[in-house]
Design a protein around this ligand. Structure first.
Ligand code: PLP
Length: 228
C-alpha cells in the first residue's frame, strides 16, 4: 500500500527553500486519524517519523504498535482522557484550557515526564473556533509558569473553518501571520523553548510555511488516494 508521504515531504522542502528557510526547520506530521496500521507502516517505509492523531484511543493503539515513532496529539482534549493521552503523546498541540494544563501537569508528574504542549490560539476570533484569544495569551502563559511538568513549546492554529472569502473572515495566510506574530510577541515572557509553530493542513500548508510554521499537519494529501 502506498501513501503520498515522500512526495509531500519533498514539496515541503522545496517550499521551505523558496521561502528562504532551512527545510530541517519544518517537520511534516502525517495525520493518520482516518487510516489504519498498514497505511502508517507504509508512511514509515517512505520516511515518516511524526504522526498526528485526534482521538485518544487511536493515539494509544497506534503508538503502541509503532513505539519508535513520534506521536502528536492534535485533537480536542477531554479532561477524563488526559491520563490516556499524556503517556503516549510526544507533544500535545491543542491546549487552550487552564484546567487541562493543570491536569496534564499532574499526570505527567505521576509518570515522571515533562509533557511538551502547544497552546491553540484563535486569532481570527471566530465564535465557533476553539483556542485562546490573542489578548488572553499573556495571562494564560503566566498561569502555566508554575506547572513544572509541562513545557510550553509554542503555538498551534487553524485557518478559518468556513470559506473565508464568503464568510468575511481573514484568509489562511492572514491567520497564520497573526498567530506567528503572537508567538514572537510572547517569546520573552514564555522562555526560549517557546519557538514552535504548528500550522498548515492539506489545503493551506504552503502558506503556513511562508509564515514560519515548524510543524505542518497533513492528512488527506498523504493518505487519501483521491488526492494523489
Ligand atoms: C484532520 C486534521 C488535520 C489534517 O487535515 P487534512 O485536511 O486532512 O490535511 C490537521 N490538524 C488537525 C487538528 C486535524 O484534526
Amino acid at each position: 500500500m502506498l501513501t503520498n508521504y515522500a512526495s509531500i515531504n519533498k514539496q515541503l522542502a522545496e517550499q521551505a527553500k523558496s521561502c528562504g528557510r532551512n527545510p530541517n526547520e519544518v517537520t511534516l506530521i502525517a495525520v493518520s486519524k482516518t487510516v489504519g496500521l498498514q497505511e502508517v507502516e507504509s508512511a514509515i517505509d517512505e520516511g515518516a517519523h511524526d504522526f498526528g492523531e485526534n482521538r485518544p484511543e487511536e493515539l494509544v493503539r497506534k503508538s503502541q504498535a509503532f513505539p519508535n515513532e513520534n506521536w502528536h496529539f492534535i485533537g480536542n482534549i477531554q479532561s477524563r482522557q488526559i491520563k490516556n493521552i499524556v503517556p503516549h503523546a510526544c507533544m500535545i498541540h491543542s491546549l487552550f484550557k487552564f484546567e487541562h494544563a493543570e491536569k496534564i501537569d499532574r499526570v505527567a508528574k505521576e509518570i515522571g515526564k515533562i509533557q511538551k504542549v502547544l497552546i491553540e490560539v484563535n486569532v481570527s476570533g471566530e465564535a465557533s473556533k476553539s483556542g485562546v484569544h490573542s489578548g488572553d495569551l499573556p495571562e494564560f502563559l503566566k498561569a502555566c509558569k508554575d506547572l513544572e511538568n509541562i513545557s510550553i513549546c509554542g503555538l498551534m492554529t487553524m485557518a478559518p473553518i468556513e470559506d473565508a472569502a464568503h464568510a468575511n473572515l481573514p484568509s489562511a495566510l492572514e491567520v497564520f501571520r497573526s498567530a506567528h506574530d503572537l508567538l514572537e510577541a510572547n517569546r520573552d515572557q514564555a522562555g526560549s523553548q517557546f519557538c514552535e509553530f504548528s500550522a498548515g493542513m492539506t489545503n493551506d500548508w504552503p502558506d503556513a510555511v511562508k509564515c514560519g510554521s515548524t510543524f505542518i499537519r497533513v492528512g488527506r494529501a498523504i493518505f487519501d488516494p483521491d488526492m494523489f
